[in-house]
Design a protein. Structure first.
Lengths: 228, 228
């Protein structure tokens, strides 16, 4: 059985990307990084998602990036409400995807996986330099010379199946793949409920609104609230 | 003052590369990774080297890579004596340089450094895929699209000044730069003295022999031994 290392954050996109890998018959080796993110609630979502995907293994690596200049990691930079006017939003974490993909490369070489799946997409968060098609293309060119060949004789393939999708399209794709969005956490904050004000909450809400579907996480949380 | 993030392992090559940066007038931001290497004695060498280089800061990041398939990290794979007959030696750590450079990218973006210095070289350890000129070239192409521009308006430059040097040439260059090789640790094992049998010890000994110089680390250790 072919193996894929799937980067799972706990959010919607990486779950849908991993569900694509699963649909294609890959055995899933899930990889999550506990990097000091303020929204560390996403880690418990990542655990549930990996279970739901029947991952063969799920590694959660500790790597403290709280020293990076980002609103997601650094206690001296506030998480913004609403969308940023700047080219690169303050929630951009320097080199985060490069770090995550490099860790996935190490895992892919170790377990002899032929693919790495990542949920990046360029449409909604076009301000992030490491979410664009050209970035993925150049990372593949790097992998081509940076790693051992897989036992099948090939090179590890970096798969970003959502790269050209909007949040609406990702939600539609996820629903088609029977992804359970109630397991996911998108909010940049780690409250009891999603804050509803950060860029990630706003984007998620817009996606579900456009899809004409109630966000299953909100539905679940309201139900739980009524039960307690 | 221009800033450079210098990857410092505790060995000779990264020290010489960082000394090049220092000579060029860069303020040094040293970065070392405690990745579960069996030769963790190199970490105390890295501390001494950063001090000797008058680094503005020295970060030692913890990242457990003991799960990777490598003789340097994995307790079930022995460190070899002598050189390997295989194309890629068992001491190769999957994606290690890619991980280290990506962490250096995060630091360079955070402190607004314009360069990353790494001590890789292709001549002696040509079996390592991530030590070759083509690897450095493609990583630069990735950095060009993966990061914010520096405040000077440029892109972070990946500098590998030793890429085409043999161990002999690196030693000569280090001596010219007044590098104190007695601070460095190359042995893949972490004994009281270098083992003298692993590939790294053999390569180091050959380099000093060719240079017609006694290895300052061995001289120092013998002296200390006689004093105790």
């Amino acid at each position: 059985m072919k193996k894929a290392v799937c980067l799972i954050s706990g959010g919607m996109d990486s779950y849908v990307a991993a569900a694509e890998a699963s649909k294609k018959g890959y055995s899933i080796h899930a990889l999550t990084v506990n990097y000091g993110q303020k929204n560390n609630r996403e880690l418990s979502s990542a655990r549930k998602i990996a279970l739901c995907l029947k991952a063969e293994k799920h590694a959660i690596l500790d790597l403290d990036l709280s020293w990076t200049a980002s609103a997601l990691t650094n206690s001296s930079i506030d998480i913004p409400n609403g969308f940023s006017a700047s080219d690169i939003p303050p929630t951009y974490v320097p080199a985060r995807n490069t770090i995550f993909i490099s860790l996935a490369m190490a895992m892919a070489e170790t377990v002899n996986a032929d693919s790495i799946y990542i949920g990046v997409n360029a449409v909604d968060f076009s301000g992030y330099p490491d979410c664009r098609p050209e970035y993925i293309k150049r990372f593949q060119a790097l992998i081509d010379v940076a790693t051992k060949k897989t036992s099948g004789g090939g090179i590890i393939k970096l798969q970003a199946p959502l790269i050209n999708m909007s949040k609406l399209e990702i939600i539609k794709e996820g629903l088609k793949l029977e992804v359970d969005f109630s397991l996911t956490w998108s909010c940049y904050r780690s409250g009891k409920m999603p804050c509803g004000r950060c860029p990630s909450c706003l984007l998620r809400a817009k996606g579900f609104r456009q899809a004409g579907v109630k966000d299953p996480l909100i539905v679940l949380m309201k139900k739980e609230k009524n039960c307690t």
